[in-house]
Design a protein around this ligand. Structure first.
Ligand SMILES: [Zn+2]
Length: 408
């Protein structure tokens, strides 16, 4: 297998999580009677461009055949993050009724709704029918297509180049990252700005976030690698911010390579920080499997100890992260009988692989569990606040990553 960006043959395994079903393949009752598809879940690191990437395998399109259950607007903290970004970027780029904002992977309109409200023309690009429909219902125009060079060039030909192209948590999820980046280049107006947000590989390694690894998450990115990918498509990284979202993300600002604006000092500073952290050295990548295994072992030990002590443990949040952790640990309903989740689209279904049933959060008062493991640790505090009524019977909250611990 060759590197998806630079075509160098890949020799170095970064992480091997065995086999797992697609993390978003929630099962209904009928599907529970049928065979389930498992794919290798293995990451390589390219020693030329340092792109960390999932193993390629045939039938990858099957991962995307299901209509995803994920609606961005379910998370109130994510909605707030989107609103703050919209206010900031409208001001920074002086966007008005003559501008065009394109968002790639616009989901249910959680972000573009802010531009619609401000009277700024926008266009969402979203291949998933159910979320695209939800976006249209709140007045966000949507093209129901996959984004890449072909669509970017078509938008350019139609005179629909954008002043701003935003992409939140999509860059790491596209199988052909070079084609996607060429699409950004084609759809960007001269003088226009691209902003992309994605989890930062440096934080993934520093905080043992191996559970953010899943098949649909093709690339694990450093600023160094993104700069190389941009450069090969005729784009330039001109600014970067570190964000707390998803356990530590980057917001990269891009422009055409010949754009007049100078690079912000933050770009060189973060590149130096990545190098100092060892991101350009195979030794750092070699130690990660052992750290992932320790997190997995500690999670299992916790579940077994709680069970032995006669305490009931449940989980909160049927997110992709949880599926990676649970399936790698081999946990089944005997150790973790239920997962509670606020998304109606997941409730009364079963977690892929582990087959743990997913229930609405309101039902937690029936079971009154002693311990609740919050699987999406990035929103653990928000979840604990929402579930404050569990204090009534003294429930305790835990997270498993970066290590097994109780929430304060
Ligand atoms: Zn490479």
């Amino acid at each position: 297998m060759k590197c998806r960006h630079c075509q160098t043959p890949l020799e170095h395994v970064f992480l091997d999580l065995g086999f797992a079903p697609p993390s978003n393949a929630y099962l209904n009752k009928e599907q529970m009677q049928a065979p389930e598809l498992y794919f290798p879940l293995k990451l390589f690191v390219c020693h030329q461009c340092w792109l960390v990437q999932t193993l390629d395998f045939t039938r990858a399109d099957e991962l995307f055949s299901a209509d995803y259950a994920y609606f961005s607007s379910v998370s109130s903290s994510w909605l707030n993050h989107a609103k703050l970004y919209a206010e900031m970027i409208m001001k920074r780029l002086d966007l008005d009724q003559n501008s065009l904002v394109i968002e790639v992977a616009s989901n249910d309109g959680y972000l573009l709704r802010n531009f619609v409200a401000a009277g700024i023309p926008c266009l969402g690009i979203e291949p998933t029918a159910s979320t695209a429909r939800a976006a249209r219902e709140i007045g966000v125009p949507v093209l129901e297509e996959f984004f890449g060079e072909v669509l970017g060039q078509r938008l350019a030909k139609e005179g629909r180049q954008a002043d701003l192209i935003a992409g939140n948590n999509v860059f790491a999820h596209v199988p052909d990252i070079n084609d996607f980046t060429r699409g950004l280049k084609a759809a960007l107006k001269p003088g226009g700005t691209i902003t992309l947000e994605f989890p930062h590989l440096m934080q993934l390694i520093a905080y043992n976030q191996f559970d953010t690894v899943y098949h649909e998450h093709f690339s694990y990115l450093s600023l160094h690698t993104v700069e190389r990918i941009f450069s090969s498509a005729g784009l330039r990284v001109c600014d970067v911010e570190e964000l707390p979202t998803h356990g530590g993300s980057l917001r990269v600002y891009g422009c055409h390579e010949n754009d007049a604006r100078a690079d912000a000092a933050s770009v060189a500073a973060l590149l130096a920080q990545e190098e100092a952290a060892g991101l350009h050295d195979l030794a750092l990548y070699d130690t990660f499997q052992a750290r992932a295994n320790k997190v997995k072992d500690d999670f299992l030990s916790f579940l077994i100890a709680e069970k032995a002590a006669g305490r009931m443990v449940v989980a909160y949040g049927a997110a992709a992260k949880g599926n990676t952790l649970i399936n790698y640990a081999g946990v089944k309903p005997d150790l973790l009988p239920y997962v509670y989740d606020a998304a109606a689209s997941k409730q009364w279904k079963f977690m892929p692989g582990s087959h743990i049933p997913i229930l609405p959060p309101s039902m937690i008062t029936k079971l009154r569990p002693d311990s609740i493991v919050v699987l999406p640790w990035n929103i653990a505090t928000e979840v604990k606040t929402q579930m404050a009524h569990t204090k009534e019977w003294g429930a305790r909250f835990f997270t498993a990553v970066p290590e097994m611990m109780e929430l304060p």
